[in-house]
Design a protein around this ligand. Structure first.
Ligand code: A3P
Length: 384
């Protein structure tokens, strides 16, 4: 009887040990499997994001600069014609045509609709955060907010809300940080941002060029004298009591001695800043928006902007109406809408009246710089 009892307890212990072993090894296996699946998901996420564009074409956007495209060297597509070369770095778009169910083979393995839900989701929706293809680079107080808000009405344009200041203040954060600020767009939509301080920051042109040498640049310019007064008015409204315009603009209280080191005046030396941009970008890649005309004839300015950006001419003069109390144009999302969107009170402030001799001195100062600006841009802005 005792013998039977011992052998039964031995069997139970053995059985217990075995099931523990089984349990531990299956847990271990589970952890490895989880790790592998998470790792592969991350790799997919990091390396590429295919998007579906139409029923028979597939777009594969390689991650923009800052990513290692090593894993994409071995792309093979079954069941379609491929345009574009694999292995070409950065933000090239790969188009796969005439294929309904392609299988991509990357270094991470085979991927198709059935095997990757992220891939499927991206293909179906085609939505992604993209680096901007166009940037409003300035000029501060030129009408940059109006331009951005007007462009936003276009169905193919999406823009960041606040100014990102990536290329002047946050460059060290990297392009992925910058991209994370961008709105999600479809492949046929344009991403745009505006940061007016880019125009006067020396390092910015080369940095934008490095991101993409096809970036389109928009610059809204306005009479540098009224621009300076507008800038001063804004500073005063933010900081309360500050020195008078004249005491900052002139040295030794002498209206013939301009204080060129005052940033408010320096920004208006458009030709100086433009020369810096033209040492990197060709002139054709910069579109100049006439700031005064943007107020008096927004439809005309917007039709030029849409042409430059290769957008359908959706925004016309019919989208605008004048806010009678403020005298500035507001925009309607649809022509048929009764109401529209006007810029807030911080735009279109009342300027202080400056004495005639101060105005004359400022005009004299800017005249030769303006003349050179007209020559280089081939546009006569007619600032007196
Ligand atoms: P003021 O406030 O001095 O009149 P920015 O957006 O670059 O800061 O420029 C502000 C300027 O945009 C304003 O300067 C105003 O003159 C000009 N502007 C152009 N179109 C406008 C609009 N539709 N509504 C309000 N301001 C507009």
């Amino acid at each position: 009887m005792e013998m039977v009892g011992v052998s039964v307890s031995k069997t139970i212990r053995k059985f217990r040990r075995k099931s523990w072993c089984k349990l531990i090894s299956s847990g271990f296996l589970l952890i490895i499997l989880c790790f592998l699946s998470v790792k592969s998901q991350l790799l997919y996420r990091e390396t590429w994001s295919p998007t579906r564009y139409s029923s028979s074409s597939f777009y594969l956007r390689l991650p923009e600069l800052g990513h290692n495209n090593r894993n994409l060297q071995n792309i093979v597509l079954y069941g379609g014609v491929r345009h574009g070369k694999p292995g070409v770095p950065s933000d090239k778009l790969y188009v796969f045509e005439n294929t309904r169910n392609p299988t991509l083979v990357t270094d991470q393995g085979k991927v198709n609709r059935k095997t990757d839900s992220l891939y499927l989701k991206n293909m179906e929706i085609g939505r992604n955060r993209r680096l901007p293809q166009a940037i409003i680079i300035g000029v501060k107080k030129g009408g940059t907010r109006a331009l951005l808000e007007f462009l936003r009405v276009h169905p193919d344009v999406l823009a960041t809300g606040p100014e990102p200041h990536f290329f002047d203040k946050h460059y060290h954060r990297g392009l992925e940080w910058y991209r994370s600020l961008m709105p999600e767009t479809l492949p046929n939509q344009l991403t745009i941002e505006k940061t007016p301080s880019y125009f006067v920051t020396k390092e910015v042109p080369a940095r934008i060029w490095k991101m993409s040498n096809s970036t389109k640049l928009l610059l809204v310019v306005r009479d540098p004298v009224t621009r300076a007064i507008s800038d001063y008015t804004q500073i005063r409204s933010k900081h309360g009591k500050i020195k008078s315009f004249e005491s900052s603009a002139f040295l030794h209280n002498d209206t013939s001695q301009i204080n060129v080191s005052w940033i408010v005046l320096r920004i208006g030396l458009y030709i100086k800043h433009l020369e810096n941009w033209l040492s990197v970008f060709p002139l054709e890649q910069i579109h100049f928006v006439h700031g005064e005309n943007l107020v008096t004839n927004p439809g005309e300015e917007m039709s030029k902007v849409q042409k430059f950006l290769n957008l359908k001419p959706v925004i016309t003069e019919k989208h605008f109406f004048i806010n009678k109390s403020r005298g500035f144009p507001c925009i309607k999302k649809k022509i048929s809408n009764k109401r529209g969107h006007c810029l807030d009170e911080s735009k279109g402030r009342k300027h202080p009246d400056l004495p005639a001799n101060v105005m004359a001195s400022l005009r004299r100062f800017y005249r030769p710089f303006n003349e050179r600006f007209y020559q280089v841009t081939n546009i006569n802005f007619n600032w007196t």
